[in-house]
Each structure stands twice: as C-alpha cells, then as structure tokens.
Design a binder for this molecule. Sequence first.
Ligand SMILES: [Zn+2]
Length: 202
Amino acid sequence: MSRSLTRLIEQLTNLPGIGVRSAERISRYILRMSIEDTRKLTQSILEARQNIGFCTRCGNLTEEGLCSICSNPSRIQNQICVVEEAFDIPVIERSGVYSGLYHVLGGVLSPLEDVSPAQLRISELLERLEMEEVKEIILATSATTEGEATATYIAKELARTGIRVTRIARGIPIGSDLGLADEVTISKALRGRENITGGAAD
Ligand SMILES: [Zn+2]
C-alpha cells in the first residue's frame, strides 16, 4: 500500500466510530473524488476548526463573541436551559417549543472518567445568575446515571438562589443521549418538565 494511503487510513481511524474497514471504504471514495471536491472537503474541515469557538455567555458554538441565540433579543431572556453539549442545542431548537436561552456544561459529572464539578461550566452558570435576571433554570441533561447525577448536583447548587429549577420529563429512554432523541420526544420532555425547587409550576 502507498505511504499516503496508509497515512490517510491512519488519520481516519482516529475519528470516533471509524474502524479500519470504514477508513478503507472512505479512502477508496476519496481517491475517486475530483481534486476540486477534495479541496472543498479539506477546506471546510479546516475552516470549521479554525473559525468556530465558544459563546462567551452560554458556551454554544459560534463564529462571533456571542452566539446567534444570545444575541437574539426576541429570545425569552429569563429562562435558561442547561445542556451537556453544544450539539444538544440544535436538537432542542428543532423541536420548536423552546425560545429561552441556553447554558452548555461541556459534559457531565463522571467519577469513572474523573469529571468533577470544577471541569464543567457550573461556576459560569452561577455567575450568569448574578448578572442576569433569571426566573427558571431547566435542567436538560440526559437520562443517563451521569446526566441525572449532574442535574441533582446543579439543583442543589441552585437551591439557595431561590430560582425555579425544573427537570425535563423522563420521556427520553434511560441511557440515551439527548442528541439522539427525536423532536417529538424532546418537545414532550420539555413541556412535561417537573419542578425541583423554587417558584410555582405553570
Ligand atoms: Zn450564547
């Protein structure tokens, strides 16, 4: 096998979910692509990597300082939906039932993987609550053991603020990521959210 091909396959297998077989299949496809299409593909990967950063307020992905949601004045400003990853935001957006703001944690608490509260953007959330007038925090971490533990931890941290804290309903099957849930499930989960602390339910 040529050295370039070996190297391409090697790079592809570094990606999640791509084994040697898949890497070989993708390589075969790439070798049949035009140079122009190949350039577009590599250019878009490079551009995404170079241009996309994190919103300074919520942690969403953005090419500006503030993301498109934080900089949109028509969003409900006193509701924050707390999610694990920025990729959960488009999933909730597609459900069309939520028009508040977000806060990205950047993961979940996991003793096994050595993820402690300090590694998540929890202190940033508490700081936001001092600056912004927030009426409700919706905890939308996934229904996994780690997701539940993270929601419980944050609810406890928020208890002293007196802000209403809710948890999305368990419409999402246990163990599945929010990112994999469909729009109907997400909208049911959001509409059926339950009070944990503070305030009165709608
Ligand atoms: Zn933002």
